[in-house]
Design a protein around this ligand. Structure first.
Ligand code: IPM
Ligand code: MG
Length: 353
């Protein structure tokens, strides 16, 4: 198959993990007779430095001409001055919004090989296999905002429409139907009007999915349940901000934030694929980054945008095998272990293919 992939490395460890990932995808292409073209664009802090804009027109054009987008990470201390008028993060948010990527899928699973070093007891973690479905183009991230540079007051607005909740709820229910048929909806319906709309709408949508067992949790309780009974969750659907927070929390279950991939989708096959982790400026350029989150994001790209299931699974299996062999990056090394570099880890995964 022929595919055109927009590649946006971004900032911090973004370029490192993306570089190994395009290599991985090239090896997959060679092995399976595909023809992947990679077209690189700028986003985030580097784009601000070069063009003044975190999401240059040229980058949007590259993405529009592509079948899917592969993105590293954006942001860093260089651009985090609170008085700055433009943040690197705006590039990423603008991209999600421009393409209407409303459904952000963040799968979280545990690895037998990592259980003994986990911060939670191994018996709690053994059966963890959760799919977060985070609403990505609305809610408080995109509601009315007023920022007074030097003033005494600013505000953000959490806002949802019924149609917005319906479309992400439908994605979540359908995902649950293909899995263990359980959906947990997270909200703050006891306090926020927008979240009462969220809950009412999810209940209404549930009528079309009689085979899926629906549970509601308030977000504060959800943070606790995620740690006390993580194995009981199947699919979790949440608004933009709650989904952001809960998915970082859930990364602890997997062993490290460096391990989680994500797919940001709309109703067709187009999608943006990026690790859940950020640009990790503290370890950038030192060969310490964990490439797993980015590799698994590439697997999701193959699965969802290109329908290459066997190729996607081969990446996941290669990662399982390398972890089972005992190879570790710095973030998952555990006590007394020895970490290999990003490059050595990436090469080991590629060799397993
Ligand atoms: C994420 C990140 C982003 C978000 C930032 C970088 C804007 O934390 O993808 O989870 O908040 O959505
Ligand atoms: Mg986040």
């Amino acid at each position: 198959m022929k595919a055109r992939i927009a590649v946006l490395p971004g900032d911090g460890i973004g370029p490192e993990v993306v570089g190994h990932t395009t290599r991985l995808l090239s090896v997959i292409a060679d092995k399976h007779g595909h023809d992947f073209t990679f077209v690189e664009g700028m986003i985030g802090g580097i784009a601000i430095d070069e063009t003044g804009d975190p999401l240059p027109e040229e980058t949007i054009k590259i993405c529009e001409e592509a079948d899917a987008i592969l993105l590293g990470a954006v942001g860093g201390p260089k651009w985090s001055d609170p008085t700055a008028t433009v943040q690197p993060e705006r590039g990423l948010l603008g991209l999600r919004q421009h393409f209407g990527l409303f459904a952000n899928l963040r799968p979280v699973k545990t690895y037998p090989a990592l259980l003994e070093h986990a911060p939670l007891r191994a018996e709690l973690l053994r059966d963890v296999d959760i799919l977060f479905v985070r609403e990505l183009v609305s809610g408080i991230y995109f509601g009315d905002r007023r920022e007074q540079g030097s003033g005494e007051e600013s505000h953000d607005t959490m806002r949802y429409t019924r149609a917005e909740v319906e479309q992400v709820a439908n994605v979540a229910f359908r995902a649950a139907q293909g899995r263990r048929k359980k959906l947990c909806s997270v909200d703050k319906a006891n306090v926020l009007a927008s979240m009462r709309l969220w809950r009412r709408t999810v209940v209404d949508v549930s009528e079309d999915y009689a085979d899926v067992e629906l549970e509601h949790l308030l977000v504060d309780a959800a943070t606790m349940h995620l740690l006390t009974r993580p194995g009981s969750f199947d699919v979790i659907v949440a608004g933009n901000m709650f989904g952001d927070i809960l998915s970082d929390e859930a990364s602890v279950l997997a062993g490290s934030l460096g391990m989680l991939p994500s797919a940001s989708l709309r109703s067709d096959q187009f999608g943006l694929y990026e690790p859940v982790h950020g640009s990790a400026p503290d370890i950038a350029g030192q060969g310490k980054a964990n490439p797993i989150g980015m590799f698994l994001s590439a697997a999701l790209l193959l699965r969802y945008s290109l329908q290459l299931e066997a190729e996607a699974s081969s990446i996941e299996a290669a990662i399982d095998a390398v972890l089972a062999d005992g190879l570790r990056t710095a973030d998952i090394v555990g006590q007394g272990g020895e970490a290999v570099s990003t490059e050595a880890f990436a090469e080991a995964v590629i060799a397993k293919l």
